[in-house]
Design a protein around this ligand. Structure first.
Ligand code: NI
Length: 136
C-alpha cells in the first residue's frame, strides 16, 4: 500500500530576477517587479511530498521527524532570511525563479531520501503563484 506524506515549511528570502547581459529595461520587461535592482522579498511556502510504500511494521512511509530535520538543514537554514542571489551559491549563476528554487530544493532533498521514495516539491512564491517539481 502506497501513501503520500506531506510536510510544510516556510522561509523568507530576497531575490532579483535578471539576465546579466540585458539592460535594466529589458530585464524589467521580462521579469517585472521581480527585477528590481535593489532586490525584494517573498514569503515562500514549501510543501515537500514523499510517496512510497507504507512500512507494515512502523506504519510509516517516512519518519516525519527525519523529514522535518532534513528540510530544516537543507532548505530553511541556508535560505531563510537570505539574499538568494548573493548568499546561496546555487543561485550565483542561476536565476532564482520559483521554478529554479524548487529544482534546487528537490535536488538537495533527493540525496537524503531512499531511492524507492518519490519526491515532489511544491513551492509557493505567493498565495496565487506556485510551482511543482518532480525531478523530470
Ligand atoms: Ni520576486
Amino acid at each position: 500500500m502506497k501513501a503520500t506524506v506531506h510536510r510544510k515549511a516556510h522561509f523568507n528570502a530576497a531575490h532579483r530576477l535578471f539576465i546579466k547581459e540585458w539592460t535594466d529595461e529589458k530585464n524589467f520587461e521580462v521579469f517585472g517587479k521581480c527585477s528590481n535592482p535593489h532586490y525584494h522579498g517573498h514569503n515562500y511556502d514549501l510543501t515537500v511530498s514523499v510517496c512510497g510504500d507504507v512500512d507494515p511494521k512502523t506504519g510509516f512511509v517516512i519518519n516525519l521527524k527525519r523529514l522535518k530535520d532534513v528540510i530544516y538543514e537543507d532548505v530553511e537554514l541556508p535560505f531563510d532570511h537570505k539574499n538568494l542571489n548573493i548568499e546561496v551559491p546555487e543561485f550565483k549563476d542561476r536565476n532564482p525563479t520559483a521554478e529554479n528554487i524548487a529544482i534546487v530544493i528537490w535536488n538537495k532533498l533527493r540525496e537524503k531520501l531512499r531511492d524507492d521514495l518519490e519526491l515532489t516539491v511544491t513551492l509557493y512564491e505567493s498565495q496565487r503563484n506556485f510551482v511543482t517539481y518532480r525531478g523530470e
